[in-house]
Design a protein around this ligand. Structure first.
Ligand SMILES: [Zn+2]
Length: 188
Protein backbone atom coordinates (compact mmCIF):
# COMPACT_ATOMS: atom_id res chain seq x y z
CA UNK A 1 0.00 0.00 0.00
CA UNK A 2 1.18 3.56 -0.90
CA UNK A 3 1.30 6.27 1.66
CA UNK A 4 -0.51 9.50 0.96
CA UNK A 5 2.74 11.37 0.33
CA UNK A 6 3.79 8.69 -2.20
CA UNK A 7 0.44 9.08 -4.01
CA UNK A 8 0.92 12.85 -4.29
CA UNK A 9 4.48 12.37 -5.51
CA UNK A 10 3.37 9.90 -8.24
CA UNK A 11 0.54 12.26 -9.29
CA UNK A 12 2.97 15.19 -9.55
CA UNK A 13 5.35 13.08 -11.65
CA UNK A 14 2.50 12.09 -13.98
CA UNK A 15 1.41 15.74 -14.34
CA UNK A 16 5.02 16.84 -14.95
CA UNK A 17 5.50 14.14 -17.59
CA UNK A 18 2.23 15.01 -19.38
CA UNK A 19 2.99 18.75 -19.24
CA UNK A 20 6.54 18.10 -20.48
CA UNK A 21 5.18 16.03 -23.38
CA UNK A 22 2.67 18.79 -24.27
CA UNK A 23 5.33 21.54 -24.12
CA UNK A 24 7.80 19.41 -26.13
CA UNK A 25 5.15 18.65 -28.73
CA UNK A 26 4.17 22.30 -28.96
CA UNK A 27 7.79 23.47 -29.30
CA UNK A 28 8.45 20.82 -31.97
CA UNK A 29 5.38 22.04 -33.84
CA UNK A 30 6.50 25.70 -33.65
CA UNK A 31 10.05 24.83 -34.77
CA UNK A 32 8.66 22.77 -37.64
CA UNK A 33 6.39 25.66 -38.65
CA UNK A 34 9.26 28.18 -38.55
CA UNK A 35 11.39 25.81 -40.67
CA UNK A 36 8.56 25.49 -43.18
CA UNK A 37 8.10 29.29 -43.40
CA UNK A 38 11.86 29.81 -43.85
CA UNK A 39 11.89 27.14 -46.60
CA UNK A 40 9.01 28.83 -48.41
CA UNK A 41 10.72 32.26 -48.16
CA UNK A 42 14.00 30.77 -49.35
CA UNK A 43 12.40 28.94 -52.29
CA UNK A 44 10.46 32.07 -53.30
CA UNK A 45 13.61 34.19 -53.15
CA UNK A 46 15.56 31.64 -55.22
CA UNK A 47 12.73 31.51 -57.74
CA UNK A 48 12.57 35.30 -58.05
CA UNK A 49 16.31 35.88 -58.42
CA UNK A 50 16.73 32.97 -60.82
CA UNK A 51 17.31 34.05 -64.40
CA UNK A 52 15.54 32.56 -67.37
CA UNK A 53 16.22 33.04 -71.04
CA UNK A 54 13.31 34.01 -73.27
CA UNK A 55 13.32 35.16 -76.91
CA UNK A 56 13.48 38.94 -77.44
CA UNK A 57 10.17 38.93 -79.36
CA UNK A 58 8.47 37.34 -76.34
CA UNK A 59 10.05 39.95 -74.06
CA UNK A 60 8.80 42.78 -76.35
CA UNK A 61 5.27 41.32 -76.34
CA UNK A 62 5.43 41.13 -72.57
CA UNK A 63 6.52 44.79 -72.31
CA UNK A 64 3.74 45.87 -74.72
CA UNK A 65 1.21 43.90 -72.68
CA UNK A 66 2.39 45.52 -69.44
CA UNK A 67 2.34 49.03 -70.96
CA UNK A 68 -1.14 48.58 -72.42
CA UNK A 69 -2.39 47.27 -69.07
CA UNK A 70 -0.96 50.31 -67.29
CA UNK A 71 -2.55 52.66 -69.87
CA UNK A 72 -5.90 50.88 -69.53
CA UNK A 73 -5.68 51.27 -65.76
CA UNK A 74 -4.88 55.00 -66.07
CA UNK A 75 -7.81 55.47 -68.47
CA UNK A 76 -10.15 53.66 -66.11
CA UNK A 77 -9.42 56.17 -63.32
CA UNK A 78 -12.43 58.50 -63.20
CA UNK A 79 -11.60 61.88 -64.59
CA UNK A 80 -11.59 64.12 -61.55
CA UNK A 81 -11.61 67.29 -63.67
CA UNK A 82 -15.00 66.38 -65.17
CA UNK A 83 -16.58 65.86 -61.78
CA UNK A 84 -15.21 69.02 -60.24
CA UNK A 85 -16.87 72.38 -60.66
CA UNK A 86 -15.99 73.98 -64.03
CA UNK A 87 -14.36 77.38 -64.33
CA UNK A 88 -16.46 80.22 -65.76
CA UNK A 89 -13.74 80.54 -68.44
CA UNK A 90 -15.17 77.32 -69.92
CA UNK A 91 -18.46 79.14 -70.52
CA UNK A 92 -17.42 80.61 -73.85
CA UNK A 93 -20.28 79.60 -76.15
CA UNK A 94 -24.06 79.60 -75.94
CA UNK A 95 -27.19 79.77 -78.06
CA UNK A 96 -28.66 83.23 -77.52
CA UNK A 97 -31.45 85.00 -79.47
CA UNK A 98 -31.50 82.35 -82.20
CA UNK A 99 -27.77 82.43 -82.88
CA UNK A 100 -24.78 80.51 -81.57
CA UNK A 101 -22.21 82.82 -79.97
CA UNK A 102 -18.57 82.28 -79.08
CA UNK A 103 -16.42 84.66 -77.08
CA UNK A 104 -13.28 85.07 -74.97
CA UNK A 105 -12.58 86.76 -71.67
CA UNK A 106 -10.07 89.55 -71.19
CA UNK A 107 -7.65 89.43 -68.27
CA UNK A 108 -10.11 91.43 -66.17
CA UNK A 109 -13.09 89.21 -67.08
CA UNK A 110 -14.68 91.36 -69.80
CA UNK A 111 -16.38 89.54 -72.68
CA UNK A 112 -14.35 90.09 -75.86
CA UNK A 113 -14.09 88.62 -79.37
CA UNK A 114 -17.82 87.91 -79.59
CA UNK A 115 -18.66 86.09 -82.84
CA UNK A 116 -21.95 84.72 -84.17
CA UNK A 117 -22.46 81.31 -85.81
CA UNK A 118 -25.26 79.37 -87.46
CA UNK A 119 -26.90 77.24 -84.73
CA UNK A 120 -27.54 74.44 -87.24
CA UNK A 121 -24.26 74.00 -89.17
CA UNK A 122 -21.89 76.17 -87.07
CA UNK A 123 -20.79 78.37 -89.99
CA UNK A 124 -19.74 81.82 -88.82
CA UNK A 125 -22.38 84.33 -89.95
CA UNK A 126 -22.20 88.11 -90.34
CA UNK A 127 -25.03 90.62 -89.99
CA UNK A 128 -26.55 92.19 -93.08
CA UNK A 129 -28.93 95.12 -93.36
CA UNK A 130 -32.57 94.10 -93.85
CA UNK A 131 -34.35 97.48 -93.71
CA UNK A 132 -35.41 99.09 -96.96
CA UNK A 133 -34.53 102.54 -95.66
CA UNK A 134 -30.96 103.57 -95.06
CA UNK A 135 -32.00 105.34 -91.85
CA UNK A 136 -33.40 102.13 -90.29
CA UNK A 137 -30.72 99.88 -88.87
CA UNK A 138 -32.49 96.48 -88.98
CA UNK A 139 -30.17 93.51 -89.41
CA UNK A 140 -30.46 89.82 -90.20
CA UNK A 141 -28.17 86.79 -90.32
CA UNK A 142 -28.09 84.55 -93.37
CA UNK A 143 -26.34 81.17 -93.48
CA UNK A 144 -24.93 80.37 -96.91
CA UNK A 145 -24.48 76.70 -96.00
CA UNK A 146 -28.05 76.17 -94.77
CA UNK A 147 -29.25 78.59 -97.45
CA UNK A 148 -31.68 80.33 -95.13
CA UNK A 149 -32.17 83.43 -93.04
CA UNK A 150 -31.43 82.41 -89.44
CA UNK A 151 -32.75 85.40 -87.52
CA UNK A 152 -33.50 89.09 -87.91
CA UNK A 153 -33.59 92.04 -85.52
CA UNK A 154 -35.24 95.43 -85.63
CA UNK A 155 -32.10 97.16 -84.43
CA UNK A 156 -28.41 97.40 -85.33
CA UNK A 157 -25.53 95.06 -84.53
CA UNK A 158 -24.19 97.25 -81.69
CA UNK A 159 -27.52 96.93 -79.85
CA UNK A 160 -27.56 93.15 -80.47
CA UNK A 161 -23.97 92.73 -79.29
CA UNK A 162 -24.73 94.71 -76.13
CA UNK A 163 -27.84 92.59 -75.49
CA UNK A 164 -25.94 89.30 -75.97
CA UNK A 165 -23.17 90.46 -73.60
CA UNK A 166 -25.76 91.41 -70.98
CA UNK A 167 -27.42 87.97 -71.30
CA UNK A 168 -24.01 86.25 -70.90
CA UNK A 169 -23.29 88.39 -67.82
CA UNK A 170 -26.69 87.48 -66.38
CA UNK A 171 -26.00 83.75 -66.94
CA UNK A 172 -22.66 84.19 -65.14
CA UNK A 173 -24.33 85.94 -62.19
CA UNK A 174 -27.22 83.47 -61.73
CA UNK A 175 -24.87 80.45 -62.25
CA UNK A 176 -26.98 78.97 -65.06
CA UNK A 177 -23.70 78.78 -67.01
CA UNK A 178 -22.59 75.83 -64.78
CA UNK A 179 -25.23 73.41 -66.08
CA UNK A 180 -24.61 74.62 -69.65
CA UNK A 181 -20.85 73.89 -69.39
CA UNK A 182 -21.45 70.52 -67.71
CA UNK A 183 -23.89 69.57 -70.48
CA UNK A 184 -21.36 70.67 -73.14
CA UNK A 185 -18.55 68.68 -71.46
CA UNK A 186 -20.72 65.56 -71.27
CA UNK A 187 -21.87 65.73 -74.88
CA UNK A 188 -18.40 66.48 -76.28
ZN1 LIG B 1 -26.02 76.92 -91.26
Amino acid sequence: MFKNSDKISIRNQVIATVLGAIIFGFLSYIIGLIELILNVINSTYNFLVDSISIPIWLFIIFIIFVLSSVLRFINSIPKVANDSEPSFLEYNKDNILGLKWRWDYSSNGDIINLYSFCPICDLQVHPHRTGSFQIIDDIGFYCEDCNREISSFDHGYNVLEDKVIRIIQKNLRNNSWVSKVKYENKSS
